[in-house]
Design a protein around this ligand. Structure first.
Ligand code: AMP
Length: 497
């Protein structure tokens, strides 16, 4: 049963903001959580990212705070009443943005504080007085210690992505922060999974919570079309470009497992003319926010990232997620592909599986509770000798084959020359055509919200790249004298000028 926002009797200022965002009906987490929070009950919520959970806690909290709505300029009239804690700066920034949008037509103030940024502007905002404070735990403690904010009037606390906060080791910080808050309050905890540690946290800090679970934890959204292709490491870049072109995709996330791999891949795709940016933990906070902004605005087509970007980030209408590497931690697969198919839209998740991924694929099958079939993928004829194809074998169930391949490679000290690789290709198997897209969405070109006119860079990349990122150093020119090629006879040059 679909429930509309109009059934909630929200204050006109909140209704106006919701209408402006174009939402009519509540998502399942909203339909279940909002009425409960409006009653002032504690909530323990399990919801996939992209389900609309930010509005599920923000709207009822703002509604309950409307009784404090006032136009006074005195900071004392705007004490912190709601505290929202998140594990990463990007998530905090994103949630704070949404809070601002929902509170747009009220006089309730909000701000965000997170590490990696100058404390001064944050302090100035805090001193002006804010009703909703969104924060990462470490930076919030810095502000508490510097006496920049007082939390003795907090009525509502949200622990968002709580499992991630515990993974990162924020438990002691959380405990300290919670010790500064009034005992009489409403506490909302959201987590992708309800592990033993999460349950323990809930038992210590929540009072008689209502448990809300909208999707089985670790389930992937049914709106995401998922494919697993067997791809050799050296072929991954080519296959990525091929799929982008064949599917007419304009934007995509590309996930890799290491910071170094992330930086390298982004650089080489950029060199090949794809409009790419990288997002990983070694980038400064400013660079990370800029990279996200560029991707959000459509100024960049490919966001190559590590799992720093995998959780909770909400970027509208990303049509595809590529797992360039299978994640080390199976749960990250769920978070990565949660970047697409958000709030009911369709999405595509493509994973490249190499012979080394046997164990990781096994973990993933266990987590998702289903068999994952490797599919055939015909590599582009013009890029590959005829007959080179991927046979879609389930590599992780073929230990003999995998071992043989590895032995061949190791005995040669490399992955072998192209003819050697071709000789190993199973030539007797028929070449299968790529599967037709299952979703009609992919039969028409994707239209991003912004930069709709832009030609995807992988189409432009057919031509030699004309634009280079400022990060790329152009190759040094080798003086002609050092080149071994025969020197052409010198012809006299006539100056006509
Ligand atoms: P979240 O899970 O909070 O990150 O939200 C995921 C996306 O769903 C965000 O882009 C929201 O703006 C969007 N969203 C939230 N509520 C609704 C709704 N009721 N209808 C459609 N989209 C929504």
């Amino acid at each position: 049963m679909t429930l509309s926002f109009s059934q909630l009797s929200l204050s006109p200022s909140l209704e106006r903001a919701v209408a402006e965002m174009g939402y009519e009906n509540m998502t399942p987490i909203q339909a279940q959580a909002i009425p409960v929070v409006l009653q002032g009950r504690d909530v323990m919520g399990a919801a996939q990212t992209g389900t609309g959970k930010t509005a599920a806690f923000t709207l009822p909290l703002l509604q309950r705070m409307m009784k404090h709505d006032n136009t006074s300029t005195s900071p004392a009239r705007h004490p912190v009443r709601a505290l929202v804690l998140l594990p990463t700066r990007e998530l905090a920034d994103q949630v704070a943005e949404q809070v601002k949008l929902y509170a747009k037509y009220t006089n309730l103030r909000s701000t965000v504080v997170f590490g990696g940024m100058d404390m001064k502007p944050q302090t100035a905002e805090l001193k002006k007085g804010v009703e909703v404070l969104v924060a990462t735990p470490g930076r919030l403690l810095d502000h508490i210690e510097a006496k920049n904010c007082v939390l003795n009037q907090v009525e509502y606390v949200v622990l968002d992505e709580a499992d991630r906060m515990l993974d990162i080791g924020f438990l002691p910080d959380l405990q300290r922060i919670l010790s500064f808050l009034p005992k009489q309050r409403t506490t909302l905890l959201f987590s992708a999974t309800f592990s033993t540690e999460i349950k323990r946290l809930a038992n210590s800090y929540l009072q008689d919570p209502v448990t809300i679970e909208v999707a089985r934890s670790n389930a992937t959204a049914s709106t995401v079309e998922q494919h697993f292709y067997r791809v050799e490491d050296d072929d991954k870049r080519g296959v990525l470009k091929q799929i982008l072109r064949e599917r007419g995709l304009k934007q995509a996330f590309v996930f890799v497992n290491s910071k170094l791999g992330c930086a390298r891949l982004a650089r080489s795709l950029e060199r090949e003319g794809l409009n790419t940016t990288a997002l990983h933990g070694d980038k400064s906070q400013d660079e990370r926010l800029k990279a996200l902004e560029a991707f959000k605005s459509g100024a960049v087509d490919l966001l190559v990232c590590t799992d720093v970007a995998a959780r909770g980030l909400d970027i509208k209408d990303v049509p595809a997620v590529f797992n360039f590497d299978i994640p080390f931690n199976a749960e990250d697969y769920v978070h990565r592909i949660g970047r697409t198919g958000r709030a009911g839209a369709s999405g595509l998740a493509v994973s490249f599986v190499s012979g080394r991924d046997t164990r990781l694929m096994g973990d993933l099958e266990k987590l998702l509770g289903k068999k994952l079939e490797l599919e055939a993928l015909e590599l582009e004829a013009d890029k590959r000798p005829a007959g080179h194809f991927n046979d879609g074998q389930r590599a992780w169930q073929q230990p003999e084959t995998a071992r043989e391949e590895r032995d061949i490679r190791e005995s040669r000290g490399s992955r072998g020359s192209r003819p050697e690789r071709e000789a190993r290709a199973p030539s007797s198997r028929p070449v299968r055509a790529p599967r037709a897209p299952a979703d009609p969405l992919f039969d028409k070109p994707y239209e991003p919200s912004l930069a709709a006119e832009a030609t995807p860079s992988w189409e432009a990349a057919q031509k030699p790249a004309s634009r280079l990122s400022p990060n790329i150093k152009t190759r040094k020119k080798v003086p002609a004298l050092f080149k071994s090629a025969p020197v052409a006879p010198v012809t006299p040059v006539t100056d006509n000028s």
